[in-house]
Ligand binder design. Structure first.
Ligand SMILES: NC(=O)c1ccc[n+]([C@@H]2O[C@H](COP(=O)([O-])OP(=O)(O)OC[C@H]3O[C@@H](n4cnc5c(N)ncnc54)[C@H](OP(=O)(O)O)[C@@H]3O)[C@@H](O)[C@H]2O)c1
Length: 331
């Protein structure tokens, strides 16, 4: 199969990656029905088609995600770029805890290396910023792991610009990962310009609003009981009903361009800057193929602006995370 990817530099790291990466979070749990055979086939086809950037995390299915992905990616280890994260964890009662303590980071890196069946992690993010630990201490600990050869590049997820600047003084930060999509555009205020200035890659997560912007469901009621998206404020009750209007607008725009809503959501993100990478979540080959085809869409800058204006005018209802996770965002 031919490579169908758009290649972009990952910040100023010297690494060239498929701009369309692979968000692995929902592959084997959390989102919808699980089908491991299809998930495996999807990752293998992505490898064939030249997708080189794979994004997972310690917390995803409590390590099972790293293990599942690691088993597949080790087949092509030298050709793939593995990103993982630590910083969101759970205490003994199951409550969410943000932890960037140096000892925790060192232990997390060891366990991720084991589960990923690799001797190095290409990009290691602080998944959230722990306000109890100075960022200099956390990044200082990660810097030692870079020197030891266990980590290649460092990243921060959902950090503020001031945290990014402080961290960058301790060790170059290669990527910032934050939610960014047609209905989650906070990063435009200061983070996207700061990343451009510092030559840091911006990795956009949930580009399809967790599947909602692709038109897959219209309210949280349509999701299975074990789906973590049931708690997302934007999908619940009146918010879901209102936000469905945004999806209708994306679908109408997609129809004018003979595209799917998913393709429009992804291509819009990539069109917002050369330093932007996107990591859609997909666990079927049909979705992978649809998303790769988004790279061939021809839409003018003026048309993209008009779409963004239409969505902004409709204004999404609801926060982009439940309260506990909103409180964990570093601002
Ligand atoms: N740093 C962070 O805190 C953070 C937070 C959230 C996510 N992430 C990362 O970002 C990645 C992507 O985010 P996400 O998974 O939350 O949301 P997303 O990429 O916006 O949406 C994923 C959903 O869209 C569906 N989908 C994919 N392609 C489609 C297509 N062509 N047509 C219709 N539906 C399609 C998927 O269905 P199927 O699964 O059935 O294919 C899945 O339900 C995650 O996997 C994770 O790696 C990071």
């Amino acid at each position: 199969m031919q490579s169908q990817t758009l290649i972009r530099s990952l910040g100023n790291s010297g690494v060239q990656l498929s701009a369309l990466g692979f968000g692995c979070m929902g592959l084997v749990g959390w989102y919808g029905e699980r089908n491991d055979d299809e998930a495996r086939a999807t990752v293998l086809e992505a490898l064939e088609r030249g997708v080189t950037h794979y994004d997972t995390a310690h917390i995803y299915q409590n390590g099972a995600n790293e293990q599942f992905v690691g088993e597949l990616l080790k087949l092509r280890r030298s050709q793939v770029f593995i990103a993982t994260k630590y910083g969101i964890t759970r205490d003994s009662s199951g409550a969410t805890v943000i932890d960037n303590h140096p000892n925790s980071l060192r232990a997390a890196v060891e366990s991720s290396l084991q589960r990923l069946a690799t001797d190095h992690i290409d990009l290691f993010y602080l998944h959230r910023i722990d306000k109890r630990v100075p960022i200099e201490e956390s990044v200082g600990a990660l810097k030692e792991l870079v020197i030891a050869g266990k980590l290649r590049h460092l990243g921060l997820s959902e950090c503020s610009v001031s945290t990014l600047r402080r961290a960058h003084l301790v060790h170059p930060i290669t990527a910032v990962q934050t939610e960014y999509s047609l209905w989650s555009r906070d990063a435009e205020q200061d983070m996207l310009p700061a990343c451009r200035e510092l030559e840091v890659a911006f990795v956009a997560y949930s580009p399809m609003g967790r599947g909602f912007l692709a038109g897959n469901f219209r309210t949280a009621d349509e999701l299975p009981d074990n789906d973590v998206r049931k708690r997302q404020p934007r999908f619940v009750g009146e918010n879901g009903a209102h936000n469905a209007k945004l999806v209708d607008a994306i679908k109408a725009f997609a129809a004018q361009h003979t595209a799917t809503a998913a393709q429009i959501a992804i291509a819009w993100v990539l069109a917002q800057g050369e330093h932007i990478h996107v990591i859609p979540g997909m666990k079927t080959r049909a979705h992978l193929r649809d998303n790769l085809a988004a790279l061939n869409l021809k839409v003018t800058a003026g048309e993209w602006q008009q779409l963004a204006k239409t969505i902004a005018a409709l204004a999404p209802h609801g926060d982009r995370h439940p309260p506990v996770m909103m409180a964990a965002i570093d601002r």
